[in-house]
Design a protein around this ligand. Sequence first.
Ligand code: MF3
Ligand code: CO
Ligand code: CO
Length: 247
Amino acid sequence: MIESFEKTRVAGSIAAGALDEVSKIINPGVTTEEIDNLCYEYINDNGAYSAPLFYRGFPKSCCTSTNHIVCHGIPSNKILKEGDIVNVDVTALKDGWHGDTSRMFEIGKISIKAKKLIETTHQSMMKAINILKEGIHLGDIGATIQEHVESNGFSVVQDFCGHGTGKSFHCEPNVLHYGKKGTGEKLKSGMIFTIEPMINSGNFETKILNDGWTAVTKDKSLSAQFEHTVGITKDGYEIFTQSKLVG
Ligand code: MF3
Ligand code: CO
Ligand code: CO
């Protein structure tokens, strides 16, 4: 438990640091490939490996998911433009352990609806993190997220979930972002997993594009996501992927 927390803390802080760097350059006119290069370089310069690169054939170092892309968007020569919203998802593998995190970025001025979607998504993740401690149920996490999201008129994606992480990128348990309080496995101190709700402004349904990776909303509505890697303790939790910038 000591080793797992210490090493995930280091990997998590490198992943968070990469997103802090992204926040400094992400603007209208920047391509998602430039963001990918920055993440690759930063993670490499910090003695870590970008876990997404070549993971099950994924071709890039991070995922860049714009507007109606739910997750696993592939960085390309696509130019970000005023009004876009984009999730950047990075995972650092350092000394055998993973730190996985994502944030939303606003490109210039965005619509009021997009802003509310992003705020609600972040709030839902933080509300779920705030209840974490040994003894609560996995279903409590999903229920907390679902309740907040649906009371704001948005929907929770069901086709993707959070996951255990550690020596492997993705492992048990599956962390659903919807569900019922008091159901599912009980959390034990020492567990490490991600919470990464994907929230749609329209219907929850998704489909995968022909590239085999890019997941989009079926109804082309906007989608937002945040992700932290967290560790469970007897009386609470630790966030391993906290930004070093404000917030
Ligand atoms: N970082 C993503 C997650 O949160 C997984 C990306 S896998 C990739 O689990 F292959 F698409 F990069
Ligand atoms: Co993840
Ligand atoms: Co991720």
